[in-house]
Design a protein around this ligand. Sequence first.
Ligand code: HEM
Ligand code: NAG
Ligand code: NAG
Ligand code: NAG
Ligand code: NAG
Ligand code: NAG
Ligand code: NAG
Ligand code: NAG
Ligand code: NAG
Ligand code: NAG
Ligand code: NAG
Ligand code: NAG
Ligand code: NAG
Length: 344
Amino acid sequence: MSPPVKLFFFAFLALLAAVHGDLQIGFYNTSCPTAESLVQQAVAAAFANNSGIAPGLIRMHFHDCFVRGCDASVLLDSTANNTAEKDAPPNNPSLRGFEVIAAAKSAVEAACPQTVSCADILAFAARDSANLTGNIFYQVPSGRRDGNVSLASEANANIPSPLFNATQLINSFAGKNLTADEMVTLSGAHSIGVAHCSSFLNRIYNFSNTSDVDPTLSSAYADLLRNKCPSNSTRFTPITVSLDIITPAVLDSMYYKGVLLTLGLLTSDQALVTEANLSAAVQENANNSGGWATKFAQAMVKMGQIQVLTGTQGEIRTNCSVVNSASLGDVLMGTAHRPEVATS
Ligand code: HEM
Ligand SMILES: *[C@@H]1O[C@H](CO)[C@@H](O)[C@H](O)[C@H]1NC(C)=O
Ligand SMILES: *[C@@H]1O[C@H](CO)[C@@H](O)[C@H](O)[C@H]1NC(C)=O
Ligand SMILES: *[C@@H]1O[C@H](CO)[C@@H](O)[C@H](O)[C@H]1NC(C)=O
Ligand SMILES: *[C@@H]1O[C@H](CO)[C@@H](O)[C@H](O)[C@H]1NC(C)=O
Ligand SMILES: *[C@@H]1O[C@H](CO)[C@@H](O)[C@H](O)[C@H]1NC(C)=O
Ligand SMILES: *[C@@H]1O[C@H](CO)[C@@H](O)[C@H](O)[C@H]1NC(C)=O
Ligand SMILES: *[C@@H]1O[C@H](CO)[C@@H](O)[C@H](O)[C@H]1NC(C)=O
Ligand SMILES: *[C@@H]1O[C@H](CO)[C@@H](O)[C@H](O)[C@H]1NC(C)=O
Ligand SMILES: *[C@@H]1O[C@H](CO)[C@@H](O)[C@H](O)[C@H]1NC(C)=O
Ligand SMILES: *[C@@H]1O[C@H](CO)[C@@H](O)[C@H](O)[C@H]1NC(C)=O
Ligand SMILES: *[C@@H]1O[C@H](CO)[C@@H](O)[C@H](O)[C@H]1NC(C)=O
Ligand SMILES: *[C@@H]1O[C@H](CO)[C@@H](O)[C@H](O)[C@H]1NC(C)=O
């Protein structure tokens, strides 16, 4: 090859390596070089005050991506005419960390106005949370754009229920083009964070007409949980229990050891050992923390690409909790995209 062709060829290879779908690692390299470090600083500061922020942000990214793709729809506020995702039962009141995304967004807007999407900020913040809690680090392909629609009904329909069995869990993730193995891998996020009593109440009271307690839950653990959680708990009852009883604050593969010891907290956690091939993945992850961490990072990157808006799709919101309003110019020119569903 002649030198110019060779140069072009390698530039092309480099481009291929950096491209993940339409997203690119370092998308803001030139337009906002401080974006990722500003987000990291905001997350680290919030984490220093309240370590629960990290699990909150990892879960928020998941709940964003499973509903209309990773478009920051989970961050939009409800309006007089619309109940947004964040007010749907799977998110309200348990989803936490909105103020951290807002703080990161203000810092980024101050450095580079109207350049960095809320969807990317959330993806970066989830990555930083994995670093803080598990020393798990991965590059986040970016260039996501923000959506303008957020419907509580879609959160209810797309976020998997903690009551799901193995088949339902596999189907839920398959609907997002994630494999059964990736479902098991990502469930390892339950290695950190908490659940409210209402999320596992089905297992400790009135489980069946023959047993008050789920027989697949450790009975000693069930006693402890019944002590902690009144039978009339609702999702608003402010009592929580760690999802991983072994290493509750460390993002590691001990969660899987807990599941194997019938210490998985949710029906959906214990469901991972009800199917032979899922159970094999659980055992493998339990035995191989390094292998799980690598798979977790890869699966987070894949989850972060679900149905993303890129290029000229969507918008770069200036305030993550409201859609941009059309400029007067757009209105006069008749080119405004009037938000019909989520609006302020
Ligand atoms: C496999 C299906 C899943 C189900 C059924 C499920 C369900 C739940 C439920 C019910 C809670 C507790 C909410 C509460 O009561 O406060 C929870 C917490 C959590 N989930 Fe999941 N989840 C699933 C997958 C995932 C995935 C894929 C991730 C991220 C990659 C994730 C990350 C988390 C985290 C970090 C928490 C703790 C949140 C906090 O402490 O604020 N979950 N999940
Ligand atoms: C941004 O810079 C990093 C580090 O030099 C590089 O790996 C990445 O490919 C760059 N991305 C873009 C889109 O320029
Ligand atoms: C620190 O965390 C607590 C909750 O644990 C919260 O109420 C408070 O606003 C946080 N403070 C700052 C400065 O982030
Ligand atoms: C919201 O609902 C009110 C009352 O029904 C109506 O007047 C208003 O036009 C609606 N706004 C949008 C943006 O649809
Ligand atoms: C991971 O977090 C530590 C702080 O705990 C920070 O010093 C480090 O720079 C982070 N690593 C990356 C690659 O962001
Ligand atoms: C899982 O739940 C679905 C829906 O309730 C049900 O049809 C199916 O039989 C269940 N599968 C197993 C293995 O329990
Ligand atoms: C899953 O992949 C199919 C085939 O590539 C695509 O048509 C579909 O939109 C994808 N679904 C999601 C949720 O990404
Ligand atoms: C389990 O088997 C089914 C089909 O038999 C397959 O689709 C799925 O990917 C397998 N799951 C794992 C975790 O290997
Ligand atoms: C258990 O179920 C029975 C019948 O459905 C109901 O009357 C009772 O209140 C329930 N008890 C608890 C603790 O939920
Ligand atoms: C308990 O429920 C099962 C079905 O779930 C039913 O077949 C059985 O007859 C019930 N037993 C009693 C004592 O009610
Ligand atoms: C729930 O039950 C507890 C006793 O276990 C009682 O003190 C409390 O008032 C009840 N709360 C509601 C909302 O019924
Ligand atoms: C995991 O380790 C346990 C105990 O050391 C062993 O019985 C099991 O076969 C191992 N499973 C896998 C998949 O390596
Ligand atoms: C949302 O934004 C897209 C792209 O900017 C636009 O085409 C669409 O009309 C908007 N929808 C609503 C409901 O505002």
